[in-house]
Design a protein around this ligand. Sequence first.
Ligand code: CP
Length: 333
Amino acid sequence: MNVADPTTILADEASLQLDAQGNLRHLLTLKGLEKGLLTEILDDAETYLTPPGSPPARSRSLAGRTVANLFFEPSTRTRASFDLAGKRLGADVLNLDVNTSSRKKGESILDTIYTLEAMQVDVMVVRDASAGVPAYIARHVLDHVSILNAGESDVSHPTQGLLDVLTIRQLKGEFTGLSVAIVGDIRHSRVAMSTSQALMTLGVEDLRLISPPAFAPVPDAIPGARIVDNLEEGLADADAVMALRIQRERIGNLDGVPGIDEYFANYGISQESMKVAKPDAIVMHPGPMNRGIEIEGAIADGPRSVITRQVTNGVAVRMAVLDRVTSTMANRR
Ligand code: CP
């Protein structure tokens, strides 16, 4: 992938997101987004939630708009929820099959983007293994088009961060005073980055990032977070605990990575390891889960688990984001 200058792109992606009036145009990262805007998106997402067993919320706010899902990495939750979110808002939704797309024949990503723009696609939802790709695309699209980052290397997964903090807010209320623990392969996790950024912006003062040394974040990746390598210490009195899978697809050298049994024994989220957390602590996981490695099946399916609630919230958050970026689209022509 020929991304011109990833360093420059990463540096200015936060400022790329807002239009001249300060409205959200693209969603590339949660870094730098203000608390007020994050809170508004969470509040909007709540309006798209309906009680279990009742029909999902629908509107026609995206009628006439076209959303394209461009997933150049595998996905179940993010892709399906953007698909449902777009359709429930009345948009035409195109799910490009990247395995049969012309990128396999050497077409550049920008030529793919320009082709979709010529078909009057308004929103492109992009997942890619390379850092900088969503911002690179955002810098090249027509004025009205919006780019939504659906997972970028180990850098960013902003809608996952939003659905995680929405889930915590629903169950724990105010963020100030909460102790939140994220456990596992922090270093290679875009979820850890985006969820941590949102938690810090929203007021969490006690964020613990727990991992073996091989999976610890790079220094200052999350300023203000406590880096912990002992699970019991990191989980003590926690209000919310999120387990992360080992991101094998992004680990070049497996030296220093513990074996599965050792990893589960020392870093697995289980009924036993959760005994030191608060009695009402919730257990989260962004998915996909590897049961028996980073999380015990019994706790993933047990009463503390809010993992399926996270999935439900994912559709609502993506509806809120789609609605927000398209609501000002006509002003950007
Ligand atoms: N949480 C998450 O991004 O899951 P998918 O890879 O299934 O989209």
